[in-house]
Write a protein that binds this ligand. Structure first.
Ligand code: ATP
Length: 255
């Protein structure tokens, strides 16, 4: 068993003649929370797309729990234990909150979307969906159509859908984007709670979220990982200050 849930080894990705990811290395130890930060266009989303299998890498290797995922399709990587959030787009707006979660559980079990006729017999899926519903604090909203939830509730549901299948490695894409300060504080607490014992990699622009939640921060600038360190060391890293953080890092971690 690898000590690292996720490893990137000299990963490169080009679109046409443009090299967007330029030899990235990253080791995420099992059970740790990592944040990837960097300026707009640095390649953060591309990196997520490579890790989750949406795009193929041009060269290098990506290991999930010690095994290479190169060449695998997103659902195959998902079945190996990696789940990625998609910023609300994976919510079915006409289904209720509970149905969305049950759907996500069934998807992870391999029922895809042809499961409807078997639903009642699937006690495990029901219990798992109920457990996630409780974890994300939306029990009272269980019968509400997801499209009628508030924005913050939809983002919580999105996190619920991401963790519903029981994946060990969770990728969250800007989980607090568009939230007020108090909503984002609540989201941080939710993420902290649902990722206990799991490995988290998140892309996030809000530095108080990043510094409050991450064990380690990886800084990506123009496709190169210029630093990966604890929040305190990242705050004090002159190279990072110059390339990205400037005066934007919070004075003290918000944890
Ligand atoms: N499918 C694609 N084809 C061609 N170029 C792409 C593709 N996807 C991303 N890029 C380019 O890769 C670069 C990095 O984009 P990416 O979205 O990964 O950056 P980012 O760090 O996530 O930015 P932001 O913080 O603004 O979301 C950009 O120049 C973008 O235009």
């Amino acid at each position: 068993m690898s000590a690292f849930s996720l490893e990137l080894k000299d990963v490169r990705k080009s679109f046409g003649k443009s090299e967007i990811i330029r030899g990235t290395n990253l080791q995420v130890p099992t059970g740790e929370r990592f944040a990837v930060i960097g300026p707009n266009g640095a390649g953060k989303s591309t990196l997520f797309n490579l890790i989750s299998g949406r795009f193929g890498i041009s060269s290098g290797d990506i290991l999930l729990n010690g095994a290479s995922t190169v060449g695998l399709r997103p659902f195959e990587i998902n079945r190996l234990g990696l789940s990625r959030s998609f910023q609300i787009t994976n919510i079915f707006h006409r289904l209720t909150v509970y149905e969305n979660l049950r759907c996500a559980v069934l998807w992870s079990l391999g029922y895809k979307y042809s499961f409807w006729h078997r639903l009642n017999g699937l006690k495990d899926a029901h219990e798992r969906a109920e457990a996630v519903l409780e974890q994300i604090g939306l029990q009272r909203r269980r019968s509400v159509a997801a499209g009628l939830l508030t924005y913050a509730e939809q983002r919580a549901l999105e996190i619920g859908i991401t963790i519903a299948g029981g994946a060990d490695v969770i990728l969250l894409d800007e989980p607090t984007a568009g939230m007020s300060r108090s909503e984002s504080d609540a989201a941080v607490e939710l993420i902290r709670k649902v990722t206990v014992g799991k490995t988290l990699l998140m892309v996030e622009h809000d530095m108080s979220v990043v510094f409050g939640l991450a064990d380690k921060i990886a800084v990506l600038v123009y496709g190169e990982m210029i630093a990966c360190d604890t929040p305190a060391n990242i705050r004090g890293n002159a190279k990072v200050q110059e390339a990205y953080l400037g005066s934007h890092a919070p004075e003290e971690a918000a944890s």
